[in-house]
Ligand binder design. Structure first.
Ligand SMILES: N[C@@H](CCC(=O)N[C@@H](CS)C(=O)NCC(=O)O)C(=O)O
Length: 191
């Protein structure tokens, strides 16, 4: 199996953590400047995963389907309850919003100029408030919601995207996740 992406992406990191947890053999390939995803993925995004089935190369082009594939292949249940699915979707929405803000900022578009970006920023704050009030685990086994959330928070911290000071519980949670071996093995490095 080959997973394509980069180190900082929270979507990619979540998949890499699931792959490490699964014990399956995989290679992590850096998709510099999204060149490979432009050629090989209809969504032109990272991550994407290539695997062999009946002698043919198959491609999965979204972190959600990659995670389902990896979890099922390793006999682990994927998002077993409606509540977990909803929380997973919420983290995904926050990550999508932040990627949107991050990429548009590179083009000079910021929330003081574009109202929609202000909405995106607000969405992230209200979403995180929800998780701040939630009872999250303090040790493994971590759920896919928790791993995804930690990947998001660590990316925010790494890139200094906004302050996490108003989320003390989430900072404690992130600190605990910080001693989880697959999380350490995927520590963000700039590429
Ligand atoms: N729904 C996708 C989102 C992935 C995504 O947004 N990846 C970002 C990197 S963190 C990306 O490829 N952005 C490039 C772009 O939007 O052009 C998934 O879950 O895999």
């Amino acid at each position: 199996m080959k997973i394509y992406g980069n180190s900082p992406s929270p979507f990619v990191r979540h998949c890499r953590i699931a792959l490490i947890e699964s014990g399956l053999d995989f290679e992590f390939l850096i998709d510099t400047d999204y060149q490979l995803s432009r050629q090989r993925s209809p969504t032109q995004r990272i991550p994407f995963l290539e695997y062999e089935k009946n002698g043919k190369t198959k491609v999965l082009t979204d972190s959600s389907s990659i995670l389902r594939y990896v979890r099922e292949k390793s006999g682990r249940v994927y998002l077993p309850t409606v509540e977990e699915l909803n929380n997973f979707c919420t983290v995904t929405t926050l990550m999508d919003a932040q990627v949107n803000i991050f990429l548009l900022k590179k083009e000079g578009l910021t929330s003081d100029k574009v109202n929609y970006l202000k909405r995106q920023e607000n969405r992230i704050q209200t979403g995180l408030k929800e998780f701040e009030a939630m009872r999250l685990s303090s040790q493994a086994p971590w759920s896919d919601v928790e791993i995804r959330l930690a990947c998001f928070l660590d990316w925010v911290r790494f890139r200094n995207l906004f302050s996490l000071e108003s989320f003390p519980e989430l900072l404690v949670f992130l600190d605990r996740m910080g001693s989880y071996t697959p999380f350490i093995e995927t520590t963000i490095v700039d590429t």
